[in-house]
Design a protein. Structure first.
Ligand code: GLN
Length: 454
C-alpha cells in the first residue's frame, strides 16, 4: 500500500487518481495486517486497489467526474466496494473517468484528461474511456487492480488501449447498487487488472446476488480462479464475419488471425460464424443508452445532490433546474440528455426507442443461435485501432468517437460476458487487445479461454 501511495504521488501527470485516500488506505491496510496475523486471509487481503469515481464510497467524494456532483460524499457504500473491502481490499483513492461514464477517451471528465502511460514520440495518448483512470492506474502500476464499469465498452476498450485485462460480466452478475447509473439495462461493473488470473480473483469478490439491485441475478458464483486450467481442447471458438469491417487496419486483422491461430494450436476448434444484425448495434446503442441516461440523470436537479447554481433575484424553481443543469453537465452529457429525451418523446418513441429495442432483441437472438449451435466463445478485435492522441478526436464529429465502440456494444445489448486481453503491439509499439465473448453466466469458461490466449 505505501509503495502504491508513493507511486501515485509520483505519477500525478497521468491524472489517474482524482481523489487520493491515504488515510482510508492506511487504516484498511492495518486491518488487513491484523486479519493475516489472526490467521484469516481472504483473497484480497491487503491488496491495494483504485476505485472508479462512479462508485459511491461512504464519506469519500464520489462525483462521477461531473461538476453536478461536486461536494457529494455519499452516506453509503456501494455493494461492490463493500464486498471488495470485506474480502480485505484496500482503497487507494478514486479514479478518473468520462463524465457519467459517457465517452471513449476520458476527455469529458471535470477533472481533465487522464493520460495513457504508453507513449509514441512523446505524444500524449488517451487511455481510452470511460474507465480511463482505472486503465492508466493499473497499466502504470499505481495499484494492483481497479474497478471499472462497462455500458458499451468502458472496461474493454481502455483495457485494450493500455495493455491490461478487463472483463464485463454477464448482466446481473455484479450488483449495480451504489454505482451511479448511466444506462441501467446495460451497466455492469467489473475488474481491470494486469492479467486474467487477477481478474478472476477480483471478479469473484465483486460478484453475487444483491437484494438491493432488482436486476441482480440469484445464481451461484462458481470459483473463477479454479476454472483457469489452460485446457481449451475441444472448445468451439466462433469468428464472426460481420466484425471484419471495411477499412480495418491490417495490423488489427493480423492480430485477430494470430489470436485465432493461438487458440487453434491450443486444441480449440475454430469456426466461421455469422451475427447478421451486428451492423445495427451501434445505432441501437446510441438510442437506448441516451434514452436511459436522460431518465437516470433527471434526478440531478440542484435539490438533492451536489452542485446548485447561484440564482438571481426573481428566479424560481424552473430557473434553478435550468441553470444548475446547464452549468453542472458538460457538453457530451447534455448531448446525451437531449438525444435521449428526443427519442423518448411521444411523437418519436416508436420510430426510435421502440425500433432500437426490437433491434436489440434481434442482436441477442443472433448470439443465442450461435451458442445453441455449440459455440463456446467468440473472438473479435477489442477496438478498431490502438490508442489515439489526446485532443485528436475530441473536437471531431461525435460520431467518430462513437465508432470506437463498434466491437463492444453488441455484448452489452445482449447482456453477455466479454473480456479484453492484451494481444500484441501495433507498428508504433502500442498495445492492442482481443475480445472474447462468452455464454451468459459462464465467465469461468470465458476467463479460461482468455487465459489460453494470454
Ligand atoms: N463509449 C460508450 C459511451 O460513451 C461506452 C461508455 C461506457 O461503457 N460507459 O456510451
Amino acid at each position: 500500500t505505501s509503495a502504491c501511495l508513493t507511486a501515485i504521488d509520483a505519477a500525478d501527470t497521468l491524472n489517474a487518481f482524482v481523489h487520493k485516500t491515504p488515510e482510508v488506505a492506511e487504516s484498511q491496510a492495518k486491518s488487513a495486517d491484523q486479519r493475516i496475523q489472526a490467521g484469516e486471509a481472504p483473497d484480497l487481503c491487503g491488496i491495494p486497489l483504485g476505485i472508479k469515481d462512479l462508485f459511491c464510497t461512504k464519506g469519500v467524494a464520489s462525483q462521477a467526474a461531473s461538476r453536478i456532483l461536486e461536494g457529494f460524499n455519499p452516506e453509503y457504500e456501494s455493494t461492490v466496494t463493500t464486498q471488495l473491502f470485506d474480502a480485505g481490499a484496500v482503497m487507494l483513492g478514486k479514479l478518473n473517468m468520462d463524465e457519467f461514464a459517457m465517452g471513449s477517451s476520458n476527455e469529458t471528465s471535470v477533472y481533465g484528461d487522464a493520460v495513457n502511460p504508453w507513449k509514441v514520440d512523446d505524444r500524449q495518448l488517451t487511455p481510452g474511456g470511460s474507465s480511463g483512470g482505472s486503465a492508466a492506474a493499473v497499466a502504470a502500476d499505481l495499484c494492483l487492480g481497479a474497478t471499472g464499469t462497462d455500458t458499451g465498452g468502458s472496461i474493454r476498450q481502455p483495457a485494450a488501449f493500455t495493455g491490461i485485462t478487463g472483463i464485463k460480466p454477464t448482466y446481473g452478475r455484479v450488483s449495480r447498487w451504489g454505482v451511479v447509473a448511466f444506462a441501467s439495462s446495460l451497466d455492469q461493473a467489473g475488474p481491470m487488472t494486469k492479467d486474467v488470473r487477477d481478474s478472476a480473483i477480483m471478479l469473484q469478490a465483486m460478484s453475487g446476488f444483491d437484494a438491493k439491485d432488482s436486476t441482480s441475478a440469484n445464481i451461484p458464483v462458481p470459483d473463477f480462479e479454479a476454472a483457469l486450467t489452460g485446457d481449451i481442447r475441444g472448445k468451439v471458438i466462433g469468428i464472426p464475419k460481420e466484425y471484419r469491417m471495411d477499412g480495418m487496419p491490417a495490423e488489427i486483422e493480423k492480430l485477430w488471425q494470430d489470436g485465432t491461430a493461438m487458440l487453434r494450436d491450443a486444441g480449440a476448434e475454430v469456426r466461421d460464424i455469422t451475427l447478421p444484425h451486428t451492423k445495427y448495434a451501434l445505432p441501437a446503442y446510441y438510442v437506448i443508452a441516451p434514452a436511459e441516461a436522460s431518465s437516470n440523470l433527471a434526478r440531478y436537479d440542484g435539490v438533492r445532490f451536489g452542485h446548485r447554481a447561484k440564482l438571481d433575484a426573481g428566479d424560481g424553481i424552473t430557473e434553478m433546474y435550468e441553470k444548475t443543469r446547464a452549468e453542472g453537465f458538460g457538453p457530451e452529457v447534455q448531448r446525451r440528455v437531449m438525444v435521449g429525451t428526443y427519442v423518448l418523446s411521444a411523437g418519436f418513441y416508436d420510430a426510435y426507442y421502440n425500433r432500437a429495442r426490437r433491434v436489440r432483441a434481434l442482436i441477442k437472438r443472433d448470439f443465442d443461435q450461435v451458442f445453441a449451435d455449440g459455440v463456446d466463445a467468440i473472438l473479435t478485435p477489442a477496438t478498431p485501432s490502438a490508442a489515439f492522441g489526446l485532443g485528436e478526436m475530441k473536437n471531431a464529429d461525435p460520431i467518430q468517437m462513437y465508432l470506437n465502440d463498434v466491437f463492444t456494444v453488441t455484448v452489452n445489448l445482449a447482456g453477455l460476458p466479454g473480456i479484453s486481453v492484451p494481444a500484441g503491439l501495433d507498428a508504433k509499439g502500442l498495445p492492442l487487445g482481443l475480445q472474447l465473448i462468452g455464454r451468459p453466466w459462464e465467465e469461468g469458461d470465458l476467463l479460461n479461454v482468455a487465459y489460453a490466449l494470454e
